[in-house]
Design a binder for this molecule. Structure first.
Ligand SMILES: NC(=O)C1=CN([C@@H]2O[C@H](COP(=O)(O)OP(=O)(O)OC[C@H]3O[C@@H](n4cnc5c(N)ncnc54)[C@H](O)[C@@H]3O)[C@@H](O)[C@H]2O)C=CC1
Ligand SMILES: CC(=O)C(=O)O
Ligand SMILES: [Mg+2]
Length: 438
């Protein structure tokens, strides 16, 4: 049985009388399935039709819900089941649009030839004018080689495209950046660096996404050195920023002193090692870490962390636990210590469900849906582009983390990603820090 998030829209007809929707909701709840949105499609004198979105862990659970609703009878009918997620992806999620209307011959001559030739000549003479007369300063390349797509592993760049389109959609929605997916059919660091360098002049920044470790470290380091536009590997630094924000919030709520806390990390890849470096630079003194790869453990030791093989022992010794392995259910509920802060960040499924960790006594627990780099990367790039920064520095990342923590409501670890304020607050903090560094 493969564990995954299955989201379906159920088209259900019920008699237009009180209590019938409740029967359907109870049937869904009794199968252990979550209800998402409920949309009323049609209200008639005798019956009402609704779209009910359900979130299941696996096919068997979905089938159980469908069977149970079918058996309710008394005028309750399940008419259709549709896969909303696949439907939302039909035709892709993004589309490049013209900012200018091209209707008349005059428009055509202004937007395209012959008018455009003058702009070309101007940019040839004064290349810095490209920022003014093209969209380059607002374009960010979202570059992947497909080697660490979410926690799915090396599924290749093509299969990673829905994630890259998703990042582009978030860039547009939250900060108005044009994110352009670039799929690389090579995993060779030299070829990745060369290709990105060859295309970089068309972009104001480069977001590296879902490039696996350890080659992601070399790729990012070299590109940062060799390009004079901001380059950031999201899974490293976007994640580290948001995780630091969550830990700052948790320590404010619980009184845990970060400098004295023991941080246990499971999974020392791109995300895990960047989180470790960010925490240590912020003053965390004790990081203990586990990974199935000896090379990954060696990195942690080089940073001054301690490696450990037993996950149970790591859980026993840690005040704060951060997991980034991509392995659902890796952490057992019995290992959770009372009062612990647990961030199980793997997508699409965490190492331990937040509800299970809280039931087992954790003071705070969250998964990768809420503690997610979507809270970081849009505002970080908006701020860096606004400031015309040539790089994204550690100070800019810390400013982003503190801005996120400061905009978190009491009792929560991070703000909601749909809170539009958070992206502008992050962008302002990053821009201000970048301008101070210029
Ligand atoms: N919530 C968020 O914002 C983010 C979450 N992530 C999630 O973190 C996970 C890892 O992503 P990356 O760091 O980019 O991948 P990665 O491939 O660079 O790192 C994964 C690490 O986990 C280790 N690992 C795998 N199975 C293990 C096990 N059973 N025990 C111990 N270690 C194990 C691997 O050896 C590797 O070092 C993914 O599921 C991804 O979705 C990544 C970035 C952002
Ligand atoms: C959120 C993200 O970037 C990841 O899971 O890889
Ligand atoms: Mg990612």
């Amino acid at each position: 049985m493969i564990d995954r998030n299955i989201i379906r829209a159920l088209v259900v007809e019920t008699p237009s009388a009180p209590g019938n929707l409740g029967k359907v909701a109870s049937a869904i709840g009794l199968a252990g399935v979550d209800i998402g949105d409920i949309e009323t499609v049609q209200v008639g004198p005798t019956s009402t039709i609704r779209n009910i979105t359900v979130h299941c862990d696996h096919e068997e659970q979905l089938n159980k819900v469908l069977d149970t609703i079918n058996q309710l009878g008394n005028g309750i009918h399940l008419h259709a089941v549709s896969d909303d997620v696949l439907r939302a992806h039909e035709g892709g999620k993004i589309h490049m649009k013209s900012r200018l209307d091209v209707r008349s011959l005059a428009d055509l001559r202004r937007v395209y030839t012959p008018g455009v030739a003058d702009v070309c000549r101007l940019i040839q003479k004064e290349p810095e004018k490209a920022r003014l007369y093209t969209g380059i300063g607002n374009n960010v390349a979202i570059v992947t080689d497909g080697t660490a797509i979410l926690g799915l592993g090396d599924v290749g760049p093509l299969a990673g495209m829905p994630v890259m389109e998703g990042k582009a959609a978030l860039f547009d929605r939250f900060v108005g950046i044009s994110g352009i997916p670039i799929l690389l059919s090579t995993k060779d660091p030299d070829a990745i660096v060369q290709t990105v360098k060859h295309i970089a002049s068309g972009f104001g920044g480069i977001l590296l996404e879902d490039i696996g470790s350890p080659h992601c470290f070399e790729v990012e380091e070299r590109l940062k050195k060799e390009l004079d536009i901001p380059v950031m590997h999201d899974d490293q630094h976007g994640t580290a920023v948001v995780t630091l924000a969550a830990v700052i919030s948790a320590s404010r709520h619980t009184g845990v002193n970060l400098k004295e806390a023991v941080v246990g990390q499971v999974g020392l890849g791109a995300a895990g090692l960047a989180i470790c470096r960010m925490f240590m630079a912020y003053g965390v003194r004790q990081v203990i870490g586990a990974d199935k790869s000896e090379a990954a453990k060696k990195y942690l030791q080089d940073y001054g962390g301690e490696t450990i093989d037993s996950l149970e022992e790591l859980m026993e010794r840690s005040d704060i636990v951060v997991t980034t392995t991509g392995v659902p259910g890796l952490i057992q509920k019995e290992w959770v210590k009372k009062g612990q802060i647990i961030l199980a960040l793997s997508n699409p499924k965490p190492e331990i469900e937040a509800e299970a960790a809280l039931e087992a006594g954790a003071a705070y627990a969250a998964d990768g849906r809420s503690v997610n780099n979507v809270l970081g990367f849009p505002g970080i790039f908006r701020g860096a582009l606004n400031a015309r920064a040539k790089e994204i520095t550690h100070d800019m990342l810390v400013a982003a983390a503190e801005a996120i923590a400061d905009s978190t409501k009491k009792g929560e670890l991070v703000p909601h990603p749909l809170d539009p304020r958070v992206h502008s607050v992050v962008s302002q903090a990053v821009e201000a820090k970048a301008k101070r560094n210029l």
